[in-house]
Ligand binder design. Structure first.
Ligand SMILES: [Zn+2]
Length: 214
């Protein structure tokens, strides 16, 4: 079962990807993990990727595609995988399809975890982080025992810049521009399913199981 996950940052697709991987016994593959593993192991692709990352640049599409293709050829992927964070662009999606069809394979499902922007902004702006130890909380979903004081170390909690509404909205704008075309692309291929990501975590997962099968 070859699956890709689509969804805005903060929509919870990573969490669902992990649950899918655990239930179906397939690897959860995120590009961040692939980059880190290749850099750590000093592979040729890893060395190339590192030169971009060290300069604060995005790893180019063709290199990212090579890294992902290399990863999905590994033995643990023979029963499938769930790709999280890739593809991000139409050229990446086309390159992935091309690489798969060269192996006589194709994607089975593209699952979009859909959460309206305003819900994501609300979720993120409820996050709190401890200045001292880095522990994270949520004012609604994971509150501290004493308001604004870290349970672990007694440090003061803050709302990080990354979680502020203006930053979140900016990131969502970039996501929509870049990724919305992908949704149409997979709709055209007939493998797209959109799941309501505003439901509770377990209900979102149940909806996904209904698509993938028990
Ligand atoms: Zn703390």
């Amino acid at each position: 079962m070859k699956i890709i996950m689509l969804g805005a940052p903060g929509a919870g697709k990573g969490t669902q990807a992990k649950k899918i991987a655990a239930k179906y016994g397939i690897p959860h593959i995120s590009t961040g993990d692939i980059f880190r593993a290749n850099i750590k192991n000093g592979t040729e692709l890893g060395k190339k990727a590192k030169t971009y990352m060290d300069q604060g640049m995005l790893v180019p599409d063709d290199l990212t595609v090579d890294l992902v293709t290399d990863r999905i050829h590994k033995d643990d992927c023979k029963n499938g995988y769930v790709l999280d964070g890739f593809p991000r662009t139409i050229p990446q999606a086309e390159a992935l399809d091309k690489a798969l069809s060269a192996m006589n394979e194709k994607l089975d499902h593209a699952i979009e975890v859909n959460v309206p922007d305003e819900n994501i902004v609300k979720r993120m702006s409820g996050r709190r982080a401890c200045l001292n130890c880095g522990a994270t909380y949520h004012v609604v979903h994971a509150p501290t025992k004493v308001e604004n004081i870290c349970d672990m170390c007694g440090g003061e909690l803050i709302l990080r810049d990354d979680d502020k509404p203006e930053t979140v909205l900016k990131r969502l704008g970039i996501y929509h521009n870049q990724t919305k075309p992908l949704i149409d692309y997979y709709k055209e291929e007939g493998i797209l399913t959109t799941i309501d990501g505003t439901a509770a975590l377990e209900d979102v997962f149940k909806a996904i199981i209904a698509i993938l099968g028990e």
